[in-house]
Structures are given as structure tokens and as C-alpha cells.
Design a protein around this ligand. Structure first.
Ligand SMILES: [Zn+2]
Length: 201
């Protein structure tokens, strides 16, 4: 594993063990890298397809507290999450997105986000089976705060308003149709075109 983070030089034994197992199963080393931006609004970390690595990028600063101390538990949780996406891609051969028609940035980001929402169900299941905490504690606290804000009538969806294609009318239905013409989920290790039924619907 190559750990290119600024404030973290060591991970817990449990996480190291988990990553090692995934590296063995996929035959790929993990690369955990600190970046300034992962390219998706509201996201702090991302798994990227890579010819060699299980490549994970994290905005490390998002896991600093007000004193600049790192939230080790929070960042480990997100590393376990993103590395699990690597397991799905390279071991379990999950189909990966391929944008087949010209998309603008909003459409592109929206497709990525929908794909994550779907694939995350499996990621959380695997993390749960491996006794990992699914979400950082501070995230749960944030949800509690948001619930209070909602009860007071505040708009809590600023982040998601940036994705009107997905969250318009509080339903995925209207979005998935137009976006489904733009993206296929394709097997990483298959050179022939995917069957039509692999279209996202
Ligand atoms: Zn995810």
C-alpha cells in the first residue's frame, strides 16, 4: 500500500489488515492519496479507475477539526469505503460506468452520483460484514442537526440543489430516464459492447 497523506502516516491494524486482504484478492496495490478536490460537489473522497492501483483520493483537510487535528476514525471509515469500491471493480468485476454520449458537467456528475448511490448499497453491506463503522460519527451528528433544522423549516438540501437533474421533484424517476440514454455500465474486462439491458434504467 502506498499512503500519500499529509497528516496520517499510520492506519489502524484492522484497516491495514482489510486493505491487505483486498490487495491480495484483487492483485493490486492500494494508493491512498491526498488531493485538494475530488471533482464532485459535496464529496470528500473518491475511488478512481487506474491501470495499476486501487486508487483512492481524499480531501484530507475535510477530516481536520478546528484545531487542525485529524479525525482518524472518520478518515479510516472513508478509506475503508473507497477501497471497497476497488474490491467491487477489480475482484467482483462490477460493471463500471462509461459515458457513451456527450454530457455536460452537470449530467456527468449526476450520472456519477447515481452510480455511487446504487453501488454504495453493496459497499455498506461488505463494510458491515467486516465490522466497520459505516459512517463517521460526526456524520451522524450532522444528520441529527439537519433533522432539527428541517423541523424548524430550514432548507437542508443546498448541496443537492446543485444536482437538479437527480433531485428535482424529490424523485429519481424523471432524471433516470434522460440520463439513461447517456451512460452504460460496462464490464471493465470486456472489449465487446455491453448488451442493451445493461443500460441504467
Ligand atoms: Zn461510495
Amino acid at each position: 500500500m502506498e499512503l500519500e497523506l499529509k497528516k496520517i502516516s499510520k492506519l489502524s491494524e484492522k484497516l491495514k489488515e482489510y486493505i491487505k486482504r483486498i490487495e491480495e484478492e484483487t492483485g493490486r496495490p492500494a494508493l491512498i492519496k491526498s488531493v485538494q478536490d475530488v471533482g464532485l460537489n459535496g464529496m470528500n473522497a473518491v475511488f478512481k479507475l487506474d491501470p495499476k492501483y486501487i486508487h483512492v483520493e481524499i480531501i484530507e483537510e475535510k477530516y481536520y477539526d478546528s484545531k487542525g487535528e485529524i479525525d482518524q476514525e472518520g478518515i479510516e471509515c472513508v478509506i475503508a469505503h473507497e477501497v471497497t469500491h476497488g474490491l467491487l471493480a477489480y475482484k467482483k468485476k462490477y460493471y463500471q460506468l462509461d459515458i457513451v454520449h456527450k454530457c455536460n458537467k452537470l449530467e456527468n456528475d449526476s450520472i456519477d452520483l447515481i452510480n455511487s448511490i446504487v453501488e454504495d448499497c453493496v459497499v455498506y453491506k461488505i463494510m458491515h460484514e467486516n465490522n466497520f463503522q459505516l459512517l463517521p460519527k460526526r456524520y451522524i451528528n450532522r444528520v441529527k442537526d439537519k433533522i432539527e433544522d428541517l423541523l424548524k423549516g430550514k432548507d437542508c438540501y443546498e448541496n443537492y440543489n446543485k444536482y437538479p437533474l437527480i433531485f428535482k421533484d424529490s424523485t429519481f424517476q424523471k432524471t433516470l430516464k434522460p440520463l439513461s440514454c447517456k451512460a452504460f455500465r460496462v464490464p471493465l474486462f470486456c472489449s465487446s459492447p455491453p448488451p442493451l439491458e445493461t443500460l441504467i434504467r
